[in-house]
Design a protein around this ligand. Structure first.
Ligand code: PLP
Length: 396
């Protein structure tokens, strides 16, 4: 049999982590890696954080799972904290980012349905977006590599250029339900939307009773130095998808909405067997305890400035490889002049974990608990690796 027991859908690297401690991962043979990838923006608290670990252990010993047929004191408590922390009035818990986006799409459509306008079912989405791998979320992007071979895709999405307000508004028809976007595109190459773009979409939605739906699965949850990226833009969405960091590594996501936006999400309209189970809620509580304090968010901002400053200082020494730094806080991207995927592979061999993204960007997504010494170690080792890197001929 040629196929592997693990369905071979990932280009898995030779790194095989079996243990983690703080900002370091350890492989099967004891190899040590500095983890500036964090499971792709997931392990906000690094590996083995005592508060998160204890919360999961205690809850596992108390009650792991019950059905959503029963009352959920655990879900009510975390939902209340998220409501208190954000624009939202109500929360649906999921197990992943794609599920959170699915719920967001359904909420936006059902808002108009509940208002007696079911023809308003189409979301305007943006080039190079990534919203997940379900049929709905691949239909919401124009990235061919995600869609290839999965036709027929779902109708109800119109893709226009990211950060182009005129293109977005020109695409509006009588079928438009709203706009769905990442305020900072992650997989697309760490591209923050401009304030004019997001503010323009917000204003248009207000004037035309459309839904502004944000996907903060990657950029949200403290990573930018604020709890959510939308806070940097001085706007609030109607609906927002969250995942990754919210569970600190435990599979958890959430769809947040205002009372108005959630008008159609009544009993029987949505559900999930596992979504919001007591174990996931305990993980979510523990992460929120640590992340949602002014001191912690200030720490992220300071570390982000430090890291960005050090990277910007390093770039002129390797201007054959690196062009510029983009992003906010600790969601940073280094735009490369060569294939970032090949360089990320080389860094792995040197014990440094980062992630490649679209547009030849090298993503730097450390745990939010990093200290100055980790910033120094990362930039020194990155610079050393850049000094010895031979650009592969095919990528040159
Ligand atoms: N949305 C964004 C912005 C993401 O970056 C991702 C994952 O990378 C997703 C959605 C999908 O999340 P998940 O892989 O948990 O389904």
């Amino acid at each position: 049999m040629a196929i592997t027991p693990l369905m071979p859908v990932y280009p898995r690297s030779p790194v095989r982590p079996v243990r983690g401690e703080g900002v370091y991962l350890y492989g099967e043979q004891g190899e040590k890696y500095l983890d500036f990838a964090s499971g792709i923006a997931v392990n906000l608290l690094g590996h083995g954080h005592p508060h998160l670990t204890k919360a999961i252990q205690d809850q596992a010993a108390t009650l792991i799972h019950v059905s959503n047929l029963y009352g959920s004191p655990q879900g009510e408590a975390l939902a209340q904290r998220l409501v208190d922390t954000t624009f939202a009035d109500t929360v649906f818990f999921t197990n992943s980012g794609a599920e959170a986006v699915e719920c967001a799409i359904k909420t936006a459509r059902r808002y108009h349905h509940a208002k007696g306008q079911p023809q308003k079912h189409t979301l305007i989405t943006f080039s190079n977006a990534f919203h997940g791998r379900t049929m709905g979320t691949i239909s919401a992007t124009n990235q061919e590599k995600l869609r290839d071979g999965f036709a027929p895709l779902l109708p109800g999405f119109t893709v226009v250029d990211f950060d182009d307000l005129d293109a977005a508004l020109d695409a509006v028809t009588e079928h438009t339900a709203g706009f769905l976007l990442e305020p900072i595109q992650g997989e697309g190459g760490i591209r923050p939307a401009s304030p004019e773009f997001i503010k323009g979409l917000r204003k248009f939605c207000d004037e035309n009773d459309l839904m502004l739906v944000l996907d903060e699965v990657q950029c949200g949850y403290g990573r930018t130095g604020k709890m959510f990226a939308y806070e940097h833009y001085g706007i609030e969405p109607d609906i927002m998808a969250v995942a990754k960091g919210i569970g600190g590594g435990f599979p958890l996501g959430a769809c947040l909405a205002t009372e108005k936006a959630a008008a159609g999400m009544v009993i029987g309209t949505h559900g999930s067997t596992y979504g919001g189970n007591p174990l996931a809620m305990a993980a979510g509580q523990a992460v929120l305890d640590v992340v949602n304090t002014p001191e912690f968010l200030d720490h992220v901002t300071r570390m982000g400035e430090r890291l960005r400053g050090a990277l910007e200082q390093m770039i002129p020494n390797h201007d054959d490889l690196f062009e510029s730094v983009r992003g906010m806080g600790l969601i940073l991207g280094i735009k490369m002049k060569t294939d970032s995927r090949a360089f990320v592979g080389y860094l792995r061999e040197q014990g440094l974990l980062t992630v490649a993204a679209g547009d030849n960007v090298l993503r730097v997504l450390p745990p939010l608990i990093i200290e100055e010494e980790h910033v120094t170690e990362f930039v020194e080792r990155l610079s050393e690796a850049a000094r010895h890197y031979d650009v592969p001929q095919a990528a040159a």
